[in-house]
Ligand binder design. Structure first.
Ligand code: TNX
Length: 516
C-alpha cells in the first residue's frame, strides 16, 4: 500500500513540479539546481551548534512540522555521525545576512541553513517548509520520505515592516483566532500584527486602571453580538505566541474619533459628561472624546501607559482617522499632545494618514490609506520632509476588507474591488514621492464590519495577504504578476492542507497545484 502510494506520488510529482518552487514570498535569489532532491525522513538529524538555545528552538519548529507527517520526529542534535544526511541550522552573527536574512543550500547530500540572527533562521525554516511537499502540513501520519528540491537560496527582505491589521473592534476575535492569524502570517514571513483594539462598536483590551473600558465598552459589536475583550493575561499570551514566530504585535487605540465605546464606558470623556448609548452600526466620523477636558488627557495617559506596559512593540498607534466633530485646530492640538504622550512613554507614535496635516514632530509613523487622493499624498510627503516615515496600506490595493469582485459576498466596496492582481501588482517604491528610506514597509488592513469568524478572516486574507507578504519581502526586480500567479496556483494545496478557507479566484490557475 505504501509502495503504491509512493509510486503515485512520484508520478504526480513529475507532472506537477513547477519550474520555480512554489515559494511565497519569492526569495531574493533562487537557483534551482536540478538533480536529486534531499530526502527528509523522520530520522533525519537536525544539527545545531552546541548550546545555541534559539537555533534549537527553531529547529524544533521544523522537527514538529515533519513529525506531524511521518512516523517519527526528527531529532534535534548537536552532532551527527559523519556521512549521515542531515539538516544543519546555524546562527552565525558574522555571516552577513542581516537581521532577517539567511542562506539555504539543499542538495541530495544535505541541507545547510545559515542566518545571522534567529529571525533569519526562522525564515529559512519557513522556506524549507514551503519546499517540502504540501502534505507535510496535514496533522496525520502519511508517508515518507519527503523530498526537498535541490536549490541554492540567498534571501533577505526588502522592507522591515511587513504587516497585517486585524480589526477586532467591529467584531471580536478570540485568542485562538489571533493565534491562527499569527501562524498564517509566519508561514509567509510577515512580521507585524497591528490590532485595531477600539472603535465605536467596542473596546477590546483590559486597561487595569480603567476597568470600565473593557467591562462596559467591550460588550457590544457590529450587528448586536456579544463582543468581548482581551484580559491582561490574554494579551501576554498573544504577544508571546507572536514573539515565538517573530511577529511584533502593534496595538492601536483609535483617538480622538472612533471612540463611542469609550464614551459609553466613561461618561467624563464627553463634553456634557453624559454617557453615550452603545453603537452597533457601521457609520464612521460621529464620535470624539472631549479634547478640552483634562479628564480626557488623564485617560489618554492611562491608556498609553498600559499599552506601553503590555506590548513590547516600539510603536503605539493612536489612530486619528475620520474625525468630523472637531475643528482643524482642535484636531491638530490633540494629535500634537497625543504624539508627545506616546514619546514620553518611550514609544514611537503612529497614526493614520489623517494625522499628516496636524504638524507632526519628527519620528512619527504615518500609515497611508488614501494615497490615491492627491491632497493626502502631498500632505504625507510634507510630513516625510518633516521627519516622518510611512507604512503603506493603499485602500484601492491592499484593503483586504474590500470585495475581490462583484460576486464575492463578504467585504465592502467603498475603495473599489481589490482583485488578487490589483493587490499584488504595484510597487511600494513608486506610490509616493518620498526617499526610499522613508518607506518602512507595507501593511494590509482587514476591517471587520462584514466578517465575524476566522473562516471569514481567511477568505478575505487569502490569497491577497500572501501577495502583500511578497510585496514586502521580494525585490521589485524579481517580481512579476505572471511568475507570482504560477506560484500562487501551485500553492493552493498547502493552504488546503492547513484548512485555510482561501478564495479560489478565477484570476489564478489553481490546477497548477496538481490533484489536492
Ligand atoms: C475606513 S481606514 C476606516 C475604517 C473602516 C474602513 C472600512 C481607516 C483609517 N478608517 O474605520 O473600517 O474604512 O474599509
Amino acid at each position: 500500500m505504501r509502495a503504491l502510494a509512493f509510486l503515485l506520488f512520484a508520478v504526480t510529482a513529475v507532472h506537477a513540479q513547477p519550474r520555480t518552487p512554489a515559494l511565497i514570498p519569492l526569495p531574493a535569489e533562487v537557483e534551482v539546481r536540478g538533480g536529486a532532491p534531499f530526502m527528509m525522513a523522520g530520522t533525519t538529524p537536525l544539527v545545531v551548534d552546541a548550546g545555541d538555545a534559539e537555533a534549537q528552538r527553531i529547529a524544533g519548529v521544523l522537527a514538529a512540522l515533519v513529525g506531524n507527517t511521518v512516523e517519527t520526529t526528527p531529532p534535534v542534535v548537536e552532532a551527527a555521525p559523519g556521512g549521515t544526511p542531515a539538516v544543519r541550522l546555524r546562527i552565525d552573527a558574522e555571516a552577513g545576512h542581516g537581521a532577517e536574512g539567511y542562506a539555504l543550500d539543499v542538495s541530495a547530500a544535505g541541507v545547510e541553513l545559515v542566518a545571522s540572527a534567529p529571525a533569519g533562521l526562522f525564515y529559512g525554516v519557513q522556506t524549507l517548509r514551503q519546499l517540502l511537499p504540501a502534505r507535510v502540513e496535514y496533522e496525520a501520519a502519511l508517508y515518507a520520505p519527503l523530498p526537498i528540491p535541490s536549490v541554492r537560496i540567498a534571501d533577505a527582505p526588502r522592507y522591515a515592516w511587513r504587516g497585517m491589521m486585524l480589526d477586532v473592534a467591529r467584531h471580536f476575535f478570540g485568542v485562538a483566532d489571533v493565534e491562527r492569524v499569527i501562524d498564517l502570517m509566519a508561514l509567509h514571513k510577515l512580521n507585524r500584527l497591528h490590532l485595531h483594539l477600539s472603535d465605536d462598536q467596542g473596546w477590546r483590551i483590559e486597561i487595569p486602571s480603567r476597568p470600565a473600558l473593557a467591562r462596559v465598552g467591550g460588550r457590544t459589536e457590529v450587528g448586536g453580538g456579544p463582543g468581548g475583550y482581551y484580559t491582561v493575561e490574554d494579551v501576554a499570551r498573544i504577544v508571546r505566541y507572536a514573539a515565538d514566530r517573530f511577529v511584533t504585535v502593534v496595538p492601536e487605540i483609535d483617538l480622538p474619533g472612533h471612540t463611542n465605546a469609550a464614551l459609553v464606558a466613561i461618561p467624563e470623556l464627553n463634553c456634557d459628561g453624559r454617557a453615550r448609548a452603545p453603537y452597533t452600526g457601521t457609520n464612521v466620523g460621529f464620535s470624539t472624546v472631549c479634547v478640552e477636558k483634562e479628564e480626557t488627557w488623564a485617560f489618554v495617559e492611562d491608556v498609553v501607559a498600559s499599552l506601553a506596559e503590555q506590548f513590547p512593540s516600539d510603536v503605539i498607534h493612536l489612530g486619528g482617522d475620520e474625525v468630523e466633530e472637531l475643528t482643524a485646530e482642535q484636531y491638530a492640538t490633540f494629535v500634537t499632545r497625543a504624539q508627545a504622550i506616546v514619546e514620553a512613554a518611550g514609544k514611537r507614535y503612529a497614526g493614520w494618514d489623517d494625522v499628516a496635516h496636524a504638524g507632526l514632530a519628527p519620528g512619527a509613523l504615518v500609515q497611508v490609506w488614501r494615497a490615491q487622493r492627491a491632497d493626502v499624498a502631498r500632505q504625507v510627503e510634507a510630513a516625510v520632509a518633516d521627519g516622518a516615515q510611512v507604512v503603506l496600506s493603499p485602500s484601492d490595493r491592499i484593503y483586504i476588507d474590500m470585495k475581490y469582485d462583484e460576486s464575492t459576498v463578504l467585504g465592502l466596496t467603498w475603495a473599489g474591488v481589490n482583485g488578487v492582481r490589483d493587490a499584488y501588482d504595484w510597487d511600494p517604491g513608486a506610490l509616493l514621492d518620498v526617499p526610499e528610506a522613508a518607506v518602512l514597509g507595507v501593511e494590509a488592513p482587514l476591517w471587520a464590519e462584514t466578517i465575524s469568524t476566522i473562516r471569514d478572516v481567511e477568505f478575505l486574507a487569502f490569497p491577497r495577504l500572501a501577495g502583500v507578504a511578497e510585496i514586502g519581502w521580494t525585490p521589485q526586480s524579481a517580481r512579476s504578476w505572471s511568475g507570482y500567479r504560477a506560484r500562487l496556483g501551485a500553492f493552493g494545496p498547502r493552504w488546503t492542507a492547513l484548512g485555510v478557507n482561501h478564495f479560489r479566484s478565477p484570476e489564478v490557475d489553481w490546477s497548477l497545484g496538481g490533484v489536492e
